[in-house]
Design a protein around this ligand. Sequence first.
Ligand code: AMP
Ligand code: ZN
Length: 136
Amino acid sequence: MKDPNCIFCKIANGEIPSNTIYEDDSFRVILDNGPATKGHALVLPKDHYADIFATPEDTAAKAMIVAKKVSEKLKAKLGCEGLNIVQNNGEVAGQTVKHLHIHLIPRYTDDGQHILWNPTSPSAEELASIRDKINN
Ligand code: AMP
Ligand code: ZN
């Protein structure tokens, strides 16, 4: 299913041109137009799913296989020394385009980027309580 109002649906299905670095029947991978680093790419399913919660398991699994294939291509062709895989869900998590996408961010020594969070220090009891809330 496509969403006629979704820019990533239009890009993924070739209605809007993009810098495509991989395509198959179900996915297109494009260069991000506001890249964190050289080669920053986005894995886009051709069908519209707003986020990970709306995505069927088989599509999520295939998306990660595409992410792996293209990560290897980025490493081979651009010579990155590392690579971050980032996937944002919901505004609170930094998602700005409501069509599932996986960021592939090649990393280079001294690239000046930071994909970090501030670690906190929960007690052992707090961690156990969260574990139980999730598991029960
Ligand atoms: P997110 O914040 O996870 O929703 O990421 C959205 C990403 O899409 C950002 O990194 C944008 O730079 C990128 N982006 C938005 N519009 C376009 C576009 N038309 N072509 C390529 N990348 C885009
Ligand atoms: Zn869409």
